[in-house]
Design a protein around this ligand. Structure first.
Ligand SMILES: O=C(O)c1[nH]c2ccc(F)cc2c1NC(=O)[C@H]1C[C@@H]1c1ccccc1
Length: 232
């Protein structure tokens, strides 16, 4: 997160850190007691290894009352996701067991109505991603508020040049922005998860390259079907 600030500890109890060998790779969030939603691109360089999911955390390193690392039973990248573009950039992670819900571990509901969030709506995004252009990695969860920008503006020739589909949305990236390591985290507008930050490589903090999110509503049926089909 660039230009943001430290989140109040445990006020975003849905936030997840997807980790490999104890290292934060991407964000994600709890959508059900055994399921975390993130971005498919985050699995690109993992050569088939499964993530571990840290829940109940504010600091990535300090001991905290309800902090717990969960093993992943199975990972379901959206079948339409691919390395060449940001399409269908969603990843469902089935945890090896139902999480223990408490003050620091809670599910966040996602938008099921497929309507665009109006431009200029202020939303918030949080993560343990880089906080400076030098690539500084924070230990504690950061957050920033960003306004939604219209798909029309985001698709401008000088911005993302027509690559933003109806299943994507954008937020302004002037100074305050998301950055590497935040991907997979939720864009929360009015207390509801409207988007998942895409994990394709992108410059941060440049107003010419707004942040891109996969809108969740168009994928509600896919999410429900995967959760229903997978055992448990
Ligand atoms: O964040 C992303 O957009 C992104 N997209 C990916 C694609 C493949 C992939 F193997 C990883 C990623 C990845 N995450 C990262 O590089 C994370 C490792 C870096 C990081 C940044 C800040 C703080 C801690 C760790």
């Amino acid at each position: 997160i660039l230009g943001g600030y430290e989140a109040k500890p445990h006020l975003k109890p849905y936030m997840a850190s997807l980790q490999l060998d104890g290292q934060h790779v991407c964000g994600g969030f709890l959508i059900a007691e055994q399921w975390v939603l993130s971005a498919a691109h985050c699995t690109e360089d993992t050569d088939g290894k499964l993530f571990q999911v840290l829940l109940g955390a504010h600091s990535l390193t300090e001991p905290e009352p309800h902090k717990r690392l969960y093993r992943v039973h199975a990972q379901f990248p959206h079948p339409g996701s691919n390395i060449h573009n940001n399409k269908d950039d969603l990843l469902l992670l089935q945890l090896e067991e139902k999480v223990e819900l408490n003050t620091d571990v809670q599910v966040l509901r996602f938008q099921r109505e497929d309507n665009d969030v109006p431009p200029d709506t202020m939303c918030e995004v949080a993560g343990w991603g880089t906080t400076s252009h030098s690539g500084r990695r924070p230990d504690r969860l950061q957050q920033v508020e960003r306004p939604v920008i219209s798909r029309y503006v985001c698709n401008h020739r000088t911005r993302h040049d027509g690559t933003i589909t109806k299943n994507m949305m954008c937020t302004d990236s002037r100074r305050k922005d998301t950055c590497k390591g935040d991907s997979g985290g939720p864009l929360v507008c009015g207390g509801v998860a409207e988007g998942v930050l895409t994990a394709g490589s992108r410059v941060c903090g440049n107003y010419k390259k707004p942040a891109i999110y996969t809108r969740i509503a168009p994928y509600a049926a896919w999410i429900d079907s995967v959760m229903a089909s997978a055992d448990g």
